[in-house]
Design a protein around this ligand. Structure first.
Ligand code: GLO
Ligand code: MG
Length: 348
């Protein structure tokens, strides 16, 4: 286990959200980007994640030179504040062109829109000083299975990824799998799918992944095992820690909120693999509960970080020697209790 490694933290502007859900409107007034950036700094975070249109608002109405100009202005602002851009992600789920999917849309001109927008996102990433392009493939799936061919969709995804890899020889693609929501079924639902599809691209070394705890849980998987799996390939380039209470809508709860032990095991997996040593950040893709008052608006971010750091302590003070003895004796019953007592803070 690495003992001295310290972590760096990050979130995105969308994580200070206004509380809208499918059944009701916003419950908090929108806050400006500048205010969000100032809060990030005040909370002691190190970097911000960006959708392409977080970086350049109304991106679809802007020319390439205008996009570059605005990205450069943002870079200046970030440098001035001492805040890094962790990644850029094309937001391919809002525009009318992405109604039936982005890279896997049945309409050629919509697929072209998605690819063009991804290339612009890569340009923005370059200007902001990050080589990570995150691809949450929100609408790459179906509501009706007969509407698309999964085989063809894989081919279309590879074609799109190849265009991105060819556009810039340094960019790395971090696929963020999610099994469902907004789609019934997604084409790349797990880390295994993401890493397998990487092998079909023109440069597999530059196609990796981002694990989100809630997405792994929605796929019926253990996020800690997903972390170990991705890191066995050297392909975990970003991380969205949060929590999820079972198989329902994507909850984006504070880290550790639903299942502290699952959170503990994620931190253990990160520690044993040395996550962060190559400059990766701990990002929290968390949202405030809809009930949250404006004056408590940043608690979910601060609390997620506190819980994470508390769990780092718990992982580092876990009696590995004793655990190994119990494992050697196949005494998993006591190993189980040992973990519980450790999390409860009881002395053994
Ligand atoms: C939604 C995703 C989303 C992405 C973000 C970055 O389920 O987790 O929040 O992480 O848009 O692309
Ligand atoms: Mg996410």
């Amino acid at each position: 286990m690495s003992k001295r490694h310290t972590y760096r933290f990050c979130f995105g502007p969308w994580n200070i959200s206004e509380g809208q859900d499918p059944y009701g409107p916003t419950v908090r007034p929108p806050a400006s980007f500048d205010w969000k950036l100032a809060q990030l700094k005040k909370l002691g975070f190190d970097a911000m994640m960006f959708h392409d249109d977080d970086a350049v608002p109304d991106i679809d109405s802007k020319s390439e030179p205008q996009i570059r100009k605005e990205a450069k202005e943002l870079r200046k602002q970030l440098d001035g504040e001492g805040i890094a851009a962790e990644m850029v992600a094309p937001r391919l789920w809002f525009a009318p062109e992405t109604v039936d999917g982005a890279y896997t849309s049945n309409e050629r001109k919509c697929r072209q829109y998605a690819i063009e927008r991804s290339l612009r996102s890569i340009d923005i990433a370059n200007i902001l000083g990050t080589d990570v392009l995150v691809l949450w493939l929100a609408r790459e799936g179906t509501y009706i299975r007969e509407s698309k061919s999964a085989r063809r969709s894989v081919e279309l995804l590879v074609e799109a990824f190849d265009k991105m890899l060819g556009h810039d020889r340094r960019i790395r693609l971090a696929i963020e799998p999610k099994p469902n929501e907004p789609m019934d079924h997604a084409y790349l639902p797990t880390i295994g799918h993401a890493l397998a599809v990487a092998q079909l691209t023109r440069d597999p070394k530059r196609v990796g992944c981002l694990i989100e705890s809630a997405h792994a849980i929605l796929a019926g998987l253990d996020p800690a095992d997903e972390i170990d799996f991705a890191m066995a390939f050297g392909k975990l380039w970003s991380l969205h820690l949060n929590d999820q209470n079972g198989l329902k809508f994507d909850q984006d709860k504070p880290f550790g909120s639903s299942n502290l032990r699952v959170a503990f095991n994620q931190v253990r997996a990160l520690e044993r693999n040395g996550y962060g040593k190559n400059g990766e950040y701990i990002c929290f893709d968390v949202h405030p509960f809809r009930t949250t008052k404006v004056e408590h608006w940043l608690k979910h971010l601060d609390n997620s970080r506190r819980t994470f750091l508390g769990l780092v302590e718990k992982v580092r003070s876990f009696d590995e020697k004793k655990a190994q003895q119990l494992i050697a004796d196949r005494n998993y019953q006591d190993l189980d209790q040992m973990v519980i007592e450790h999390l409860l803070g009881n002395r053994s």
